[in-house]
Design a protein around this ligand. Structure first.
Ligand SMILES: Nc1ncnc2c1ncn2[C@@H]1O[C@H](COP(=O)(O)OP(=O)(O)OP(=O)(O)O)[C@@H](O)[C@H]1O
Ligand SMILES: [Mg+2]
Length: 259
């Protein structure tokens, strides 16, 4: 699997409600490279989820255009299903179906695509291995820890080989230690797959650990205020967070978040 470029061309989003219009994201242009790991940070309400949901094709930009590779995400009044097919999505909550086992949750997108049972189970087994859930194939979601449920959600998002992975605070509900472990795991999976990742978080250290590039947003209206290249070699080890250079990035980004 190989990543694909995402191009945002002066996209904006205005929500209309009975109390008036809210400009959730001012016109924004950004190119995310093939296989790049981009992390979006910013205060609550600055438009991070709005941005991600627009890239996912879940909401349509009020202005501007999005292309996935060479394909427009929207064509005329409809979504371009070929472009949508390149995307996988992981939410803050794992959203697993409680009545399905882990393996059947992971295989669900393939079932919906009409893949034969034997083939989709084989693919789900591969993914279980990839995310480190071997032995839990037949467990039900309530039998998993939060970290394990998020691993299953990542496996499910990867099941149809998407070339883009969109993640909205996927580890926000986890304790600090599990979160660090998940970040390390995610880096390993991404290095393996070389997909393009757009990852939203509130955690500045998480953003510096994961990102090739951190995009900082500000609120009212939501807009990009800075992009920061993070060039530490990979695989990055958890100890990196203690280094002066890492802390310097964190300091600058925190200052920006609070100013
Ligand atoms: N469906 C909606 N209708 C009206 N306004 C909305 C809607 N969704 C979001 N907004 C507004 O758009 C702005 C951006 O919201 P968004 O959810 O994208 O922020 P966020 O950066 O993801 O915040 P958080 O960090 O809290 O998740 C907010 O002011 C919010 O109130
Ligand atoms: Mg959000």
């Amino acid at each position: 699997m190989n990543g694909v470029e995402i191009s945002l061309q002066t996209i904006s989003k205005t929500y209309s409600s009975n109390t008036g219009d809210v400009l959730a994201l001012a016109p924004t242009s950004l190119t995310i490279g093939k296989g790049e790991f981009v992390v979006v940070v910013g205060p609550s309400g600055c438009g991070k989820t709005t941005l991600l949901r627009m890239i996912a094709g879940l909401i349509r930009p009020t202005t501007g255009a999005i292309t996935i590779g060479n394909q427009a995400l929207w064509q005329g009044s409809g979504k371009n299903s070929a472009a949508i097919g390149e995307l996988g999505f992981v939410f803050q909550q794992s959203n697993l179906f409680p009545w399905r086992t882990v393996v059947r949750n992971i295989a669900l997108p393939l079932e919906l695509r009409g893949m034969a049972r034997r083939e989709r189970m084989a693919r789900a087994e591969e993914l279980i291995e990839l995310v480190g859930l071997k032995g839990f194939e037949n467990a039900y979601p309530h039998e998993l820890s939060g970290g394990m449920a998020q691993r299953a959600a990542i496996a499910r998002a990867l099941s149809h080989n998407p070339r883009i992975l969109l993640m909205d605070e996927p580890f926000g509900a986890l304790d600090a230690m599990t979160r660090d472990a998940m970040n390390f795991e995610l880096q390993r999976i991404w290095m393996n797959l070389q997909s393009t990742v757009v990852f939203v978080t509130h955690s500045i250290p998480e953003s510096v650990f994961l990102a090739d590039r951190v995009i900082s947003l500000a609120a009212r209206p939501g807009r990009i205020v800075k992009t920061t290249d993070v060039s530490f070699p990979r695989p990055r080890q958890p100890e990196l967070e203690q280094s002066g250079e890492f802390q310097a990035h964190v300091g600058v980004l925190r200052h920006l978040l609070h100013s």
